[in-house]
Design a protein. Structure first.
Length: 95
């Protein structure tokens, strides 16, 4: 529930996650040597944020959330097939 004069968030912000995923790499030069092309490898990325949407095909997370409105920033939509690991950064409380 939002505070006085503050809109209610549609995003659940009580569970921050850390996502490790694989991204493409590319060469910006128009022409490169074949051996240099063979040296290219996918990049392993780490992104922290809150889940905006999760489907079998993709995970959308926002790294920045405006607490006074329903706005998010630094948003990444990551294909599920590229995910290596998704970890909760929210400490679990024992009851």
């Amino acid at each position: 529930m939002g505070g006085v004069g503050v809109p209610e968030q549609s995003l659940k912000i009580d569970n921050m996650i850390l996502v490790t995923w694989v991204d493409i790499t590319s060469q910006t030069e128009p022409w490169i040597d074949v051996e240099e092309a063979r040296q290219l490898r996918p990049a392993r990325m780490i992104t922290a944020g809150w889940i905006v949407e999760q489907t079998p095909e993709y995970l959308t997370i926002a790294s920045t959330v405006d607490l006074d409105s329903d706005l998010v920033g630094d948003v990444n939509c990551i294909p599920t097939r590229t995910l290596l690991e998704v970890k909760s950064l929210t400490p679990r409380t024992s009851t």
